[in-house]
Ligand binder design. Structure first.
Ligand SMILES: Nc1ncnc2c1ncn2[C@@H]1O[C@H](COP(=O)(O)OP(=O)(O)OP(=O)(O)O)[C@@H](O)[C@H]1O
Length: 781
């Protein structure tokens, strides 16, 4: 068992560091949020004054004039400042107050965030500070949810992807005077793409101001990109120094790095780095003295020690995914029974992307309930957010990350070590409203061995969606002419994405967007899901496929305890599985999800009620969100001219449904071998059915399955699996194989023209699969 500084002592032990000195569901969430912000707007003038005083007490306040001067004078300002110093909440307000978004000009200030959670919480906070109702002067827009008024909103918080999509209707982003790309250190695909396109936009619209901000950013890489100066990573020392700012606050004041001076009619200089000093409250950091074997267990232990020994203050734990969060919360709940008499209880709350808007909003209500809150989170709570009351952070040092392997063409979710920048962001969640402490469940030497920055998503992900979006924006040569931010994605990744676009029928043999491709780019869905929606129109089963896509867009609706309990025949686990069985279709997960959705919305069965979910061990929040997402997707179909088609169903014809699924997911096909294991058709990789699948531990009659994605932990697991009963003609499947070989042959001359090397692939003809008759199960109330 590893040891930490002893909780309860004022000073950490020898291993410690000190850093710093100084839909309906959506509707009700809006009401909830608005109630919070309007209560603050209608709150007493004393409360409002106190918020204004809090604003003035932030370290950034002293730099206000300097920031405004920089934005006035420079086209691009890269701002580096300690976590919690006030970049996200204050800079847009300073700009508003300085007249960058006057009501008479139809231009506002937009600030992009990596995640929905930060958009919601920050816009809530800023509207309270502005004394207005959320959605009026301050608003937000996230996928499938928006809350702003185009006429009155002056400050808008949006996800990077949401702003990127706006480029399709407003290519020069003329609705904005200033675009702030926040948390740029995460190197999110859409934040990088936005910066690349903002550089192009500024050539046409020099009056547009760009702010790039973070606490842990490689500032020089970004500035050099905008100044057209080469960057190779050797210059990291300068950028690294900025990154280290979070670990050891600098006392340096603003550093300006502007060299290229290009005059235009406004005489705006090109760019500058602003390094802001000061942090809100100090955070002490402690490391494990030896490597921990089981980080979930170690985090339970750490929380328990903190709870028993430390002073008032909430705890935030970082784990990698929902399953681990459930396991950690269960273990802590079990321990509460042995809580010493007189001790206050721990209020356990999960924090992950699957939460409803209302549940996410509730995390920001830190009202004391006679106990200590313990929030167990994925990395969605890592950057940008202020969870009020958090004083202690427990960091497992790992993150679940999507990695694409161009060799096998598979996208996997892998658990990997975080970067030093991420570690600084995590500890930065403490010390925002009072002094804090962070426990790192890894040794100091492990920390030193971590990469300084997170690798860019564009260099490790499947770029199909990116290529499709860029093509639809008219960017043609992605390989030779496109200006990537250092480091650029490999040509291998790019050519693989081009090939996948062709396989999905989104591009022709000359790498031109097809009409289907244009539609897929417009839909707010991953290309493969866009393809599925398009195919559903052809198969006349959009009514069902809309529900399936909506259900795949939310976290699992089944409330099932940690699957590790499976082996021990745990009663709660068995009972949850029995509940799930009521909805299980033999065909697999897609149809089972459809069963759940249909039952939930059926007025005679679920009546969209919480009671129904409770009785059947279903997650109400996930289902309510799926309903809202489905409505919006239906709206998109209407926009694409498919209003009638969106209502067309297959009348219980599962065969047609599965043909439709196969015609979109055919790349993700696997075959069961003699030894019972599955091999992917494309790459021959060994795959297993994920324990969360309804097909787990079952042996379907057919050898073939299609699946949604691969999750990689100790093994490669297929998630959301559907059985394809019979492959009567293998040509379709082998077609993908041939396309892959052609890609290999051409990997060295990767360019758009490489697509000529093989015939433009066509989707599998649906008739190549003959499907079994329906085995759809009846529904249970
Ligand atoms: N919901 C909230 N409740 C209480 N205080 C808040 C809230 N949101 C922000 N604050 C205060 O405002 C400060 C500045 O927050 P802000 O998000 O602007 O910082 P930041 O510099 O952008 O941090 P980061 O680099 O972590 O994104 C916080 O440290 C905290 O003191």
């Amino acid at each position: 068992m590893s040891t930490f500084w002893k909780p309860g002592t004022a000073q950490p032990g020898s291993s410690a560091d000190r850093i710093g000195t100084s839909s309906e569901e959506a509707e009700s969430a809006f009401q909830h949020a608005s109630a919070i912000s309007s209560s603050s707007s209608s709150s007493s003038s004393r409360e409002r004054r106190s918020l204004q005083e809090e604003r003035k007490a932030l370290p950034i306040y002293e730099q206000r004039e300097r920031i405004l001067y920089a934005v006035q004078r420079y086209g691009v300002v890269v701002i580096v400042g300690q976590t919690g110093c006030g970049k996200t909440t204050q800079i847009p307000q300073y700009l508003l107050e300085a007249g960058w978004a006057p009501t008479h000009r139809a231009q506002s200030i937009v600030c992009t965030q990596p995640r929905r959670l930060s958009c919601l919480s920050i816009s809530m906070r800023v509207s309270a500070e502005q004394g207005c109702i959320l959605g009026s002067q301050v608003g937000y827009a996230v996928p499938f949810e928006r809350h702003y008024d185009a006429r009155t909103t002056r400050i808008k918080y949006v996800t990077h992807g949401t702003l990127f999509r706006e480029l399709m209707s407003d290519p020069l982003l003329s609705a904005y005077s200033v675009v702030m790309i926040d948390e740029a250190h995460e190197r999110n695909a859409f934040s990088d793409l936005l910066l690349i396109l903002l550089k192009k936009i500024r050539r046409k619209r020099p009056s547009l101001r760009v702010i790039v901000s973070s606490a842990t950013i490689d500032a020089q890489a970004f500035l050099n990109f905008f100044l057209d100066k080469p960057y190779t990573g050797q210059e990291r020392q300068a950028g690294g120094a900025q990154a280290a700012a979070a670990a050891a606050p600098t006392t340096t004041t603003t550093t300006a790095t502007s060299t290229t001076q290009r005059s235009n009619n406004e005489e705006v200089e090109d760019g500058i780095i602003l390094s802001l000093q000061g942090r809100t409250f100090p955070v002490e950091i402690a490391y494990a003295q030896e490597a921990v074997e089981d980080y979930v267990k170690a985090s339970v232990e750490a929380v328990w020690q903190l709870h028993l020994a430390e002073a008032k203050g909430d705890i935030l734990v970082f784990l990698t995914g929902k399953e681990e969060i459930d396991a950690c919360m269960q273990a802590l709940a079990d321990r509460q029974i042995s809580l010493p008499q007189g001790s206050l209880p721990l209020h356990l709350l999960p924090v992950h992307a699957g939460l409803s808007t209302q549940e996410q909003m509730a995390l920001f209500d830190s009202t004391a309930r006679g106990g200590r809150r313990c929030l167990v989170a994925t990395n969605i709570a890592e950057a940008s957010v202020t969870l009020p009351g958090i004083r202690y952070v427990v960091d497992c040092g790992l993150v679940k990350m999507r990695l694409f392997d161009p060799e096998s063409g598979t996208d996997s979710l892998c658990i990997l070590p975080i970067s030093q920048a991420s570690a600084a962001q995590r500890s930065g969640r403490a010390g925002r409203t009072s002094a804090g402490k962070a426990l790192r469940l890894y040794t100091r030497s492990t920390f030193r061995s971590l990469a300084p920055h997170t690798s860019p998503e564009l260099c490790r992900s499947d770029l199909t969606s990116v290529v499709l979006q860029l093509k639809s924006l008219g960017v043609d040569d992605l390989v030779r002419k496109f200006e990537w931010i250092w480091p650029a994605p490999s040509t291998r990744l790019l050519s693989c994405a081009l090939q996948r676009c062709a396989v999905l029928g989104a591009m022709d043999e000359w790498a031109r967007l097809t009409p289907d491709g244009q539609k897929m780019a417009e839909l707010p869905l991953e290309p493969i899901m866009g393809k599925l929606l398009l195919q559903s129109v052809r198969f006349q089963c959009s009514k069902e496929i809309l529900s399936v896509i909506a259900m795949l867009s939310v976290s699992s609706p089944f409330v099932i305890p940690d699957e590790k309990r499976y082996a021990s025949n745990d009663a709660a686990y068995t009972s949850a599985l029995l509940s799930r069985d009521k909805f299980t279709a033999e065909e697999g997960d897609h149809l089972s999800l459809l069963n759940v959705y249909d039952a939930f919305v059926d007025p005679q069965v679920g009546a969209s009620s919480r009671g129904f979910c409770k009785r059947n061990k279903l997650a109400f929040a996930a289902l309510a969100r799926a309903v809202s997402i489905r409505q919006q997707l239906q709206g998109w179909m209407k926009r694409l001219g498919w209003e009638r088609e969106a209502r067309m169903g297959c009348e219980g014809d599962e065969g047609r449904l599965r043909k439709c699924l196969v015609s979109a997911l055919f790349e993700n096909a696997a075959r069961r071998m003699e030894d019972g294991e599955y091999r992917s058709i494309r790459a021959g990789q060994t795959l297993h059915i994920h324990p969360s699948s309804v097909l787990f531990d079952r042996i379907p009659k057919s050898k073939y399955v299609i699946f949604q994605e691969v999750v990689q932990t100790n093994k490669r697991y297929m998630r959301d699996v559907t059985v394809v009963e019979e492959v009567s003609e293998k040509k379709g499947v082998f077609f993908v194989f041939f396309a892959h070989i052609a890609l290999r042959k051409n990997q060295n001359k990767a360019s758009d023209a490489m697509l000529n090397a093989f015939l433009p692939p066509r989707p599998l003809p649906a008739t190549s699969f003959s499907l079994s008759p329906s085995t759809h199960k009846g529904l249970v109330t």
